[in-house]
Design a protein around this ligand. Structure first.
Ligand code: ADP
Ligand code: MG
Length: 735
């Protein structure tokens, strides 16, 4: 079929409204129109859909588009219908969600030749009645979208995809176009073999996304870190990926509590809620969507400014696809991943329930992710290398490792040792195995090959296996080593590697940070201190002592005990978060709004002056408020006390002991909420007793401790009385 460039371009404009083709689109479309099998490797957002939509509209017959997700299909069909003013191209979809009448309608349109594009779910393609129908249709071509689903080595294997080739044979051969955004050399070869399109013309665009910044952070205080990051990027759209639904819900809640507009998205939500949440994100009604990987297929929001992986993805393919949703408009966007080896171990454990072959594949893919997370090399280079693409520069300047390079050394001896080991073995082995042998660790695999008896076993034991894996990865990046495609991931020495071996040149390896025992302990202390800082304690000691002096002053002036003004935990919080407004003061422990206004002014003034004098950057956004536990009970208690219900009745209504209720009330009051318990106290406790206990707290006590009060007041006063009057005192005087 002959179609010249002018016609194609005018169709592009009329059907889709674009002025020019993007990347290889035109060449791809021509190739297909010429009747040739076509294989398109293009990153997410590259414009793959147009490569089959446009030819479908200009070629005679109906194009069959095989696509894995109903949501995705609906979205694409809607897009085309939007451009359908002249009633030329009609798109339909066929999947298990359609009712009988709808199916009949689709069939009529297909048979009468009105339908130009028929989207089919892979499982529908295997149904006999659909096959029979399609046999009678003039088919222009078959498009296999998300073609990596064919391969077990892709990140989203779907067994139905394996049967596509047979279906095509049965229905009748027509040109095939396969498209994917994620194809390692292994997946690429699987796709071509499986579809029987070994001779297809391959169009591979660069997978580099120069506007994306990649960073991997240690997963320490990740929630706090995420909240800070988002506060630093107000109003920007972002996606946070978590592996579990539970974590999605928790994170979304936490963000909202901390003033960030976020919504959850996962497969456990009903379809309506999911669609609503997605729309609100697209419409920018919320800034952040917290999602499991289920979110994003076919989503086309151009200005996603950050993608955060709270959990490490299971494969680089998944990671690349998810990060690929950032910055589609070409403007800068951040991709931040939180990594801890513990998460990897968790993922490995999850895999144990799966068939052995799947486990093996899963582990391999996971190890690639580990290598990526742990590398000190340019992340972009590593990613592109994974997809079989060479990144020409050593330093991309837009990833954490390039911006903050780690110290390196001349590692030619080490690389030679790697090569010597590989050459000395009769068959090829995977990275981990080689690393274990070099570092002298006899795991089961090493033993089963009796590699613990090799002369080179432990030859590099001055380094860890992690170091050796990193070195081997560096060898891959430098093309001294290669990875077998068929027997996935076994390492061989390339020609260049042989040259290097006989006559080595300088290569840089990253120095291993070997933590001494002391450093490990210090690390742990740091983490503990960090945690303590979150709880209170460990703030600015100078400020803390100034605050304590001020409190002493005020207590003399007001004739109130210091702790009544502000407790120690409150002062400690102030020394950490430097509050300079009533609102901020209010977020310190035990400081209610009333107390903040009553006693806070001088504290705020002092902190303001201190912050200015010492040029302190206030970490206001560090305060992570956590979700209040059992908040339903608390709200009920507060409301019931307001309505002056007897405490016994409140306890009974919530099915709790009186003891527990008082504890809860103490908890509520300690966070600064005032409760008026006089109605109950007046009725239950003798007036004189109330006065005695009240006086004790006002004039004698050195803290609000109930134990101390019991000691001081003696056996004439019951504990419950003391506790209730203490609450009255705290609410009336101390808050
Ligand atoms: P992919 O399937 O490769 O991830 P899509 O087909 O969903 O990408 O297209 C990504 C975006 O690029 C869409 O918003 C699409 O409208 C847009 N697009 C595609 N082709 C062109 C073009 N020639 N000119 C401008 N925008 C285009
Ligand atoms: Mg697509």
């Amino acid at each position: 079929m002959e179609i010249d460039s002018a016609i194609l371009n005018s169709k592009l404009k009329t059907f889709f409204g674009y002025d020019s083709f993007k990347g290889d689109q035109e060449a791809i479309i021509r190739n297909l129109i010429e009747g040739k099998d076509t294989f398109v490797l293009m990153p997410t957002g590259g414009g793959k859909s147009l490569c089959f939509q446009l030819p479908a509209l200009v070629m005679p017959g109906t194009a069959i588009v095989i696509s894995p997700l109903i949501a995705l299909m609906k979205n694409q069909v809607d897009v085309i219908r939007g451009f359908e003013e002249e009633q030329l191209g009609i798109a339909h979809f066929l999947n298990s969600s359609l009712g009988k009448a709808q199916i009949q309608e689709v069939k009529n349109d297909v048979l009468s030749g009105v339908t130009k594009l028929l989207y089919v779910a892979p499982e529908s393609l295997t149904k006999d009645e659909n096959i029979e129908l399609l046999k009678d249709v003039h088919i222009s071509f078959y498009a296999v979208d998300e073609a990596h689903c064919i391969s077990e080595w892709g990140h989203d294997f779907r067994p139905e995809y394996r049967r596509i080739r047979d279906m095509i044979q049965t229905i009748g051969r027509a040109p095939v176009i396969a498209l994917t955004a994620t194809a390692t050399p292994k997946v690429q070869s699987d796709i071509q073999k499986n579809l029987g399109i070994m001779d297809a013309t391959v169009f591979k665009s660069s997978f580099n996304r120069p506007n994306l910044y990649y960073e991997v952070r240690d997963k320490v205080n990740a929630e706090k870190d995420i909240i800070r990051y988002i506060h630093q990027h107000p109003g920007k759209s972002g996606i946070i990926y978590c592996l579990s639904r539970k974590k999605v819900e928790e994170t979304s809640n936490l963000l909202n509590i901390n003033g960030i507009k976020a919504l959850p998205y996962h497969a456990g939500l009903d379809a309506k809620t999911r669609a609503e949440n997605q729309d609100r994100f697209l419409m920018e009604d919320v800034d952040v969507i917290v999602a499991t990987i289920a979110f994003g297929m076919g989503i086309d929001k151009p200005d996603v400014r950050f993608v955060i992986h709270y959990d490490i993805p299971k494969s680089i393919e998944g990671y690349y696809q998810e990060t690929g949703r950032a910055g589609r408009d070409g403007e800068g966007a951040d991709c931040i991943t939180y990594y801890s080896y513990k998460d990897i171990q968790k993922l490995e454990k999850f895999m144990l329930g799966k068939p052995i072959s799947e486990q093996e594949i899963g582990r391999q893919l996971l190890m690639e992710t580990v290598a990526y997370a742990e590398t000190s090399q340019c992340r972009r280079k590593m990613l592109l290398n994974y997809f079989g693409e060479d990144y020409p520069k050593d330093n991309c300047g837009v990833c954490d490792n390039c911006l903050h390079p780690k110290p390196t050394f001349d590692g030619r001896k080490e690389m030679q040792l790697v090569i010597r080991l590989i050459k000395s073995l009769p068959e090829h082995f995977k990275i981990e195995h080689l690393a274990m042998v070099l570092s002298g660790q006899a795991n089961a695999m090493v033993k089963s090959y009796q590699h613990d008896t090799l002369p080179l076993f432990g030859e590099g034991k001055n380094h860890s296996d992690r170091f050796w894996s990193a070195a081997i990865h560096q060898g891959l990046l430098l093309h001294l080593l290669g990875k077998e495609i068929e027997s996935y991931g076994r390492i061989y020495v390339t020609e260049k590697g042989e040259e290097f071996y006989t006559d080595p040149w300088e290569i840089r390896l990253v120095e291993e940070k070997v933590l001494t025992k002391k450093e490990v302990e210090e690390d742990e202390e740091d983490a503990a201190a960090d945690k303590a800082a979150m709880r209170g304690g460990g703030g600015d000691p100078v400020l803390l002592s100034m605050l304590k002096n001020l409190r002493k002053d005020m207590s003399k002036r007001l004739n109130l005990q210091p702790w009544i003004i502000f407790g120690d935990p409150a002062l400690e919080d102030m020394s950490i978060i430097y509050p300079i407004s009533f609102n901020e003061l209010h977020s310190c422990q035990g400081v209610g709004e009333g107390k903040a206004r009553k006693y806070g002014k001088e504290f705020i003034d002092l902190i303001k002056a201190y912050v200015e004098e010492n040029d302190i950057t206030r970490p206001a956004e560090f305060i992570v408020k956590s979700a209040p536990a059992r908040s339903a009970d608390k709200i009920y208690i507060i409301q019931s006390v307001d309505r002056k219900l007897a405490l016994e009745d409140i306890a009974a209504a919530r099915g709790m002991e009186m003891e527990k209720l008082i504890e809860d009330i103490e908890g509520i009051v300690s966070t600064g909420t005032k409760l008026d318990l006089n109605y109950y106290i007046q009725q239950e406790i003798d007036e004189d007793i109330v006065d005695d206990i009240f006086d004790y707290f006002k004039n004698e006590a050195t803290s609000d401790s109930v134990e101390e009060a019991k000691q001081a007041l003696g056996p004439d006063y019951e504990e419950m009385e003391i506790r209730l009057v203490r609450l009255k005192f705290l609410c009336e005087v101390a808050s």
